[in-house]
Design a protein around this ligand. Structure first.
Ligand code: S3P
Length: 421
């Protein structure tokens, strides 16, 4: 078997979650915000374009952006539907913003987004006083009719940063206190950014409380590299036979690095040097070397901090020939695709042994060379996870519609080719 050698440094693109929030919060600030290193991808363009439809002053996405905010309630009634493309974050966060404005907006999306559940935001926003209308089921198209909202103390059934952020943004715009208690701790970028913009937001484990703010001070942020994108290269270097990869400026927010923790527990050789970043985030450099991995089990408590990386972890386990059992991750079924079913089907299609569980999956220890066709069903993270598997020596895997990575990492294939030989 030919060795896989990795070498060099990758600065993966800006964090997707932080990029969406930078545009939204800069639009609601009083004065000019400065955002550098924003992710230029299809999902973030959906947020930029939807904010423009709402009268936000969003210039073309670029490496250094100046955004003049409209103030907390300064957005305007849209003349067209908000096209959210493939982006759940655009839909759910902007639904919170619109709910607190005195107008209505219709949200539309592609076929994948139109299948995703929106009741989880419609319920709390309706409780606060907004009206949310669906045309079929609880998916898009959806029309949000905003009003002066009232305060809320909401328990979410699952840990979801999109639901939590929709409620926080609705409270922010309507200037009422909101409290959210989650079943687990989801990513906290909204809270950190709001604090950096002068808002009183307290986190106590799974509970967050936002106090009414009169204004948002402008944002000044350098968007760190996305840990979910960096994870593909962490996996690649771990599965390599020789060399070392360095990943620069990675967001090391503790609510996002569950994949690194899980991989280290499996035997991964990952060193991190953390330092404080802007916008309240921690960043750092990762140095990753090849390592032999052991089997692992992931249960619900760990899931929120690595939810987006679970398809990749399944591919890593298959490539390493070790068992992986994931439970407590039913949320994976309502992502850009049903990620439990699509990952298992594709692992089997290339010759791995994998099973669906109702709320997770199991990969069995087995052969370590794979070949066949992978259909990621247009899901960017599945395409990249199998992209890593395809780069491992001995594998002959063809990925259908590889361009779907444009949702979060348009130059993924270029970077992958550059560091692996
Ligand atoms: C995100 C939250 C997560 C994550 C998604 C981005 C965010 O979704 O899977 O990729 O930016 O808030 P949920 O909030 O539905 O868990």
């Amino acid at each position: 078997m030919a060795p896989l050698r990795v070498a060099g440094t990758v600065r993966v693109p800006g964090d997707k979650s932080i990029s969406h929030r930078s545009l939204i919060l800069a639009s609601l600030a009083e004065g000019e915000s400065r955002v550098t290193g924003i992710l230029d991808s299809d999902d973030v363009r959906s947020t930029a374009d939807s904010l423009r439809a709402l009268g936000g002053n969003i210039p073309e996405l670029s490496s250094e952006m100046r955004i003049r905010g409209s103030g907390l309630r300064g957005l305007r009634p849209p003349k067209r539907a908000l096209d959210c493309g493939n982006s759940g974050t655009t839909t759910r966060l902007l639904a919170g913003v619109v709910a607190g404005h005195p107008f209505s907006a219709r949200f539309e999306g592609d076929s994948s987004l139109s299948r995703r559940p929106m009741k989880r935001i419609a319920e709390p926003l309706s409780y606060m006083g907004a009206q949310v209308d669906f045309e079929r089921g609880d998916g898009l198209p959806m029309t949000v009719h905003g009003v002066d909202l009232r305060s809320i103390d909401w328990d979410t059934k699952s840990a979801s940063a999109q639901v939590k952020s929709a409620i926080l943004l609705a409270g922010l715009v309507s200037q009422v206190e909101v409290r959210v208690t989650e079943s687990g701790r989801s990513r906290d970028h909204t809270e950190r950014m709001l604090r950096a913009m002068g808002v009183d937001v307290e986190n106590d484990r799974n509970r967050v409380c936002l106090k009414p703010a009169r204004r948002l001070t402008p944002l000044d942020i350098a968007v760190p590299a996305d840990p979910s994108s960096a994870a593909f290269f962490v996996a690649l270097a771990t599965l390599a036979t020789e060399g070392e990869l360095q990943l620069d400026d990675v967001c090391l927010n503790p609510t996002r690095i569950g994949f690194l923790d899980a991989l280290k527990r499996m035997g991964g050789d990952i060193r991190a040097s953390a330092r404080p970043g802007e916008g309240g985030e921690e960043i750092g450099t990762l140095t990753v070397r090849p390592a032999a991995l052991a089997k692992a089990r992931i249960t619900w408590a760990e899931v929120p901090a690595l939810i987006d990386e679970l398809p990749l972890l399944a591919c890593v386990a298959a490539a390493a020939g070790v068992e992986l059992i994931v439970t407590g991750a039913a949320e994976l079924r309502v992502k850009e695709s049903d990620r439990i079913s699509v990952v298992v089907q594709n692992l089997r299609a290339v010759g791995a042994s994998a099973e669906e569980l109702p709320d997770g999956l199991q990969v069995r220890a087995g052969p370590r060379e794979f070949s066949g066709d992978v259909d990621p069903r247009g899901d960017h993270r599945i395409a990249m996870a199998f992209g890593v598997l395809s780069a491992v020596s001995g594998n002959r895997i063809k990925i259908r519609n590889p361009e779907c990575v444009a949702v979060s990492y348009p130059k993924f294939w270029e970077d992958l080719r550059r560091v692996a030989s």
